[in-house]
Ligand binder design. Structure first.
Ligand code: DC
Length: 219
């Protein structure tokens, strides 16, 4: 069983994906974390994004894994736990440029398919229902109003001890949505057969119940 969840930045995709995975005992796969981990590596090693040879060489040296640490899905890049680092504003401000590179997408899409080949998964991202798993059993496209998304993300970052302003968060979301929807390769869009859920006025619990209802209707 494959459940694909797509949507704009900070619209509650991962909240729903994690809750569904827990409820159904499926594996949660955070595809955004993979793009963030590659961005972390590229920044750390000063990889020139427009230099195809440098990008290809760097990609060959990257190995991404996920492990559970204290019940949390944790991203491991070349044996280093990068879960905290990849959530920084520095990564958020650069990840969409990295995610627009064809070679990066190719490598990560094949990793995503490999992970899903032997288990039931819930994966969230931008192109999961359109490109990675066009044959997914069920696809959700999550939306929420821009100011609600900004406030939720701001509160999350503040709770995690990050120093940000609401304006910075707003600009970052606008910037990423723009690049993610207008890039040439696999731009973010709703798959024709995806179920749209607008969670602007839904609690986490209500969003989960609604998704479960759609999944139950499959049977
Ligand atoms: O889900 P997230 O905000 O952590 O994702 C970070 C960035 O990675 C997002 O701005 C676009 C990119 N991304 C993508 O292009 N394709 C995916 N399947 C997942 C994320």
């Amino acid at each position: 069983m494959t459940i694909a969840i797509d949507g704009y930045s900070s619209c509650g995709k991962s909240t729903l994906a994690k809750a569904l995975a827990k409820q159904l005992s499926y594996v949660y796969v955070d595809s955004g974390a993979m793009y963030r981990a590659v961005t972390y590596y590229f920044l750390k090693h000063d990889v020139a994004l427009h230099n195809e040879t440098e990008v290809a060489e760097a990609l060959r040296k990257i190995k991404i894994d996920f492990v559970y640490i204290d019940g949390q899905n944790t991203c491991i890049l070349n044996s280093e736990n990068v879960e905290v680092e990849i959530r920084s504003m520095r990564i958020s401000n650069n990840v969409s440029e990295v995610a627009a590179i064809g070679a990066v997408r190719e490598q990560l899409v094949s990793l995503q398919r490999r992970i899903a080949s032997s288990k039931s998964i819930v994966m969230d991202g931008r192109d999961i229902g359109t490109v990675v798993f066009p044959e997914a059993d069920i696809k959700f496209f999550i939306t929420a109003e821009q100011d609600v998304r900004t406030k939720r993300r701001y509160q999350e970052l503040i709770a995690a001890g990050k120093e940000v302003t609401i304006r910075e968060v707003e600009q970052n979301l606008e910037h990423r949505d723009h690049i993610d929807t207008t890039r040439e390769i696999s731009p973010l869009r709703k798959a024709e057969d995806a179920i749209e859920i607008d969670n602007t006025y839904l609690s986490r619990e209500e969003q989960l119940m609604l998704a479960i209802k759609y999944i139950e209707e499959l049977n």
